[in-house]
Design a protein around this ligand. Structure first.
Ligand SMILES: *Cc1c(COP(=O)(O)O)cnc(C)c1O
Length: 317
């Protein structure tokens, strides 16, 4: 099947106004492959998987990966697998009961594309508690052939070509629009995206840790690169009320901010990473002593909102 790779590059940059600040949004959420009715194969994961999609893999007939049952990566890998005619075996710790009963969002999308989702915590031989990554690396990788192993989050050098392409688009936009003192902001999970963008951009990349705090993020980035010259700046996130922040938990402040951004900018962001990204960016802009031209990277992932929104609705009741 011919894949229109041009639909996976060249997203537009849009200028919006939020709380009186001018912000340029790089709309990677608008990437997409028309022939797959999957506008959801976009953003961050489309960039990271670009390399796999672009190349041919004559000896491969399947993908093995792991992560969370609600992740954008699970869904995006299922799209990649179906485009390539491959199988997908995806290892998770467990599938939440509610999701199993009523599949939706990324999980439902992956199932409908034939993904096989395995719960490591329910495997018969699971005497010792292992993470999905440990399970895959100990039991499946030795002697593996005919399958591609894509680690959790896609976090390794195969993500670099797609992210280098993204950096070159941002650089070209900055140059042709004569943008002075540009900075790029994006929220991080593993930090793979921020790290490779900083490596290929001549100006500062700002990020914040959405999963497991600043130290975890620094460790993840060190694991990808020993070259600390290209590290993005990890901003401290402001407190959210009096509560401690945990990835994936619901915060009314996040939901309200998400709504306010949507009302003022007309753009829908996702609910896991973007609220903390915007909160951190707004604090930075409020404290900035110089004039900054901020570019915010919209990393897509809107299919995940299908499982986040009902959770917020249930919480409100
Ligand atoms: C995967 C993802 C991230 C995190 O990307 P990392 O490279 O792991 O930091 C952020 N936002 C969205 C929408 C994602 O899908």
């Amino acid at each position: 099947m011919a894949i229109d790779m041009s639909a996976l590059t060249g997203s537009p940059v849009e200028k919006v106004l939020f709380r009186g600040h001018e912000i340029h949004v790089k709309r990677d959420d608008l990437l997409g492959l028309r022939e797959t009715e999957t506008s959801a194969f976009n953003g961050n994961k489309a960039r990271k998987l670009y390399y796999y999609l672009q190349n041919s893999w004559p000896d491969i007939d399947g993908i093995i990966s792991c992560g969370s049952a609600q992740s954008n990566m699970l869904y995006s890998l299922s799209v990649l697998a179906s485009l390539k005619g491959w199988s997908l075996d995806f290892y998770v710790d467990h599938v939440p009961g509610q999701l199993k009963k009523h599949p939706l969002g990324n999980y439902a999308g992956a199932l409908s594309r034939g993904a096989r989702i395995h719960s490591v915590s329910e495997l018969k031989d699971s005497v010792v508690r292992r993470s999905p990554t440990e399970y895959v690396e100990q039991h499946l990788l030795p002697g593996l052939s005919g399958k591609l192993y894509i680690p959790e989050g896609g976090g390794h050098s195969c993500s670099e070509p797609g992210l280098q392409q993204l950096a070159s688009e941002i650089k070209a936009w900055v140059q042709s629009n004569h943008i002075e003192n540009p900075k790029l902001m994006l929220p991080s999970g593993t930090g793979t995206t921020a790290l490779y963008l900083q490596k290929h951009l001549p100006f500062e990349v700002l990020t914040c840790a959405c999963v497991g705090g600043q130290d975890y993020l620094r460790q993840q980035m060190l694991g990808l690169s020993l070259d600390t010259e290209h590290s993005p700046t990890i901003l401290e996130s402001p407190d959210i009320g009096a509560k401690k922040y945990h990835f994936g938990q619901l915060y009314p402040e996040f939901y309200l901010l998400w709504q306010e951004i949507r009302e003022q900018t007309g753009i829908t962001f996702e609910l896991l990473y973007d609220p903390l990204g915007w909160l951190t960016m707004m604090r930075y802009l409020e404290l900035a002593t110089e004039s900054v031209n901020m570019v915010y990277l919209h990393q897509g992932g809107l299919l995940g909102n299908q499982s986040m929104l009902p959770r917020y609705e249930r919480k409100k009741r």
